[in-house]
Design a protein around this ligand. Structure first.
Ligand code: NDP
Ligand code: MG
Length: 386
């Protein structure tokens, strides 16, 4: 009997890689739902290729076009937020959550309890509501596997270990495309330049996060929420080749690490075989370790990572405000409203503007997200932070 799987955000960088890998598992899996926001052509082609039962296009305006392409195919076609909710409420075996940004939170929450194993790439909801989501998953019998490469590496390293035996956790940052740029040079970078990551080929938003190092700040909070790691035990090292993804230092002074070719298909393929390790071939040439570079974050990096430290310390609405401000600032940069080097300024100013609140449930987090977005938009519009 085949297991059922859904891919939420199937037309993006992570989603398409999952669709490609799925072709190796057609005997074991049948596709339940495929979901996208805008790209109805790729969604339709994915649906035809995988024989999906349900497709959802979040933007309702694209529904007629999607329906036209899928005419004659046996597939249920839904649209809008309601459609996403309906598709996520079907009972399935496994799911891959690959929406980009906070807007993926409802899909995660609605899928919990309806699927046995959930692989989460969509880090922003885990930054804002990770502890609440982990508790919901535990209470509803859903196992969560992180797909973010560093967190995936930690989850692999933690298998069978006692967390108390670990002295510190280190995740690496490639430093993005502007590593070594001067302040002057950073003023002139464009969105196109920010998307050209030297190692990873990713979606637009995460590429810019990687360039500002906010991606690593978000990942520190994500690690704290996923594994309940004390903030003082979490470290970041800059490692431009991105071969080492995470290192665990034990109380006896030994260190274990996950080292592999920077290829997101390595963590993504795990959803098809978890808890077993999948067969996937993109071997690292071990001799490459001869020339690896690893160094401590500089003052500019520390400024960004400090934001994460404060968010973990405060908890409550703080991580959500930071994430919301970042999403608004990145969007403003992509639309030419602010310069690249103002993204972090917008985040810092937003933190100063929005009062601290505790959050107890997903609704509180959604309210915090609105407050953070509103404050960041006001900062960009009123102060003309260009
Ligand atoms: P992309 O922007 O490439 O893809 C996002 C996907 O989500 C697309 O399928 C998009 O549809 C869909 N989508 C966006 N908003 C909605 C919505 N409201 N409802 C339904 N579908 C939606 O992102 P990535 O694949 O790069 O990243 C996905 C997540 O994984 C992010 O949170 C990122 O931080 C994380 N991640 C990504 C890595 C990578 O290598 N790419 C590595 C580690 C983590 P459409 O195409 O139609 O717009
Ligand atoms: Mg990562």
């Amino acid at each position: 009997m085949k297991q059922t799987i859904s891919i939420i955000g199937c037309t993006g960088s992570i989603g398409q890689q999952a669709i490609e890998l799925l072709q190796n598992y057609t005997k074991q899996y049948s596709v339940n739902a495929l979901i996208a926001a805008e790209n109805y052509k790729l969604l339709a082609s994915n649906a035809i290729k995988t024989n999906a039962q349900i497709v959802v296009i979040a933007n309702k305006e694209k529904y007629p076009k999607l329906k036209e392409i899928l005419n004659g195919h046996k597939v249920k076609i839904l649209s809008g937020e309601d459609g996403v909710k309906e598709a996520c409420s079907t009972k399935i075996d496994r799911a891959i959550m690959a929406i980009s940004g906070f807007s993926g939170i409802n899909a995660i929450v609605n899928t919990i309890g309806n699927c046995k194993i959930m692989a989460i790439a969509n880090k922003e909801p885990m930054v804002c509501a990770g502890k609440i989501i982990m508790k919901m998953a535990q209470d509803n019998g859903t196992q969560i596997i992180p797909l973010d490469s560093e967190h995936h590496a930690i989850s692999r390293l933690l298998k069978g270990s006692d967390i108390n035996e670990i002295k510190s956790f280190t995740i690496t940052a490639s430093g993005g495309p502007f590593l070594g740029y001067t302040k002057q040079q950073l003023q002139n970078v464009t969105p196109k330049m920010s998307e050209l990551h030297p190692i990873w080929k990713m979606g637009e938003k995460i590429s810019i996060d990687s360039a500002t190092l906010m991606n690593k700040a978000l990942e520190l909070i994500e690690a704290h929420n996923l594994f309940n790691i004390e903030p003082k035990k979490l470290n970041v090292l800059i490692h431009p080749q991105a071969l080492i993804h995470a290192l665990l230092t034990y109380q006896d002074s030994s260190v274990s690490a996950i080292i592999n070719t920077p290829d997101m298909k390595i963590p993504i393929s795990s959803i098809f075989t978890w808890p077993k390790i999948p067969v996937y071939n993109n071997m690292l040439d071990i001799e490459k370790l001869n020339s690896i570079r690893i160094y401590k974050p500089n003052q500019d990096h520390i400024r960004v990572l400090k934001i994460a430290g404060e968010a973990m310390q405060h908890g409550g609405n703080y991580p959500t405000i930071i994430n919301a401000a970042n999403e608004i600032a990145v969007d403003a940069f992509m639309h030419g409203k602010i310069l690249f080097n103002k993204i972090i300024d917008v985040i810092e100013e937003t933190i100063n503007l929005v009062p601290f609140n505790s959050v107890y449930n997903i609704n509180d987090v959604i309210i915090a997200n609105h407050s953070g977005r509103r404050a960041a938009k006001n900062i960009i519009e009123s102060v003309k932070i260009l």
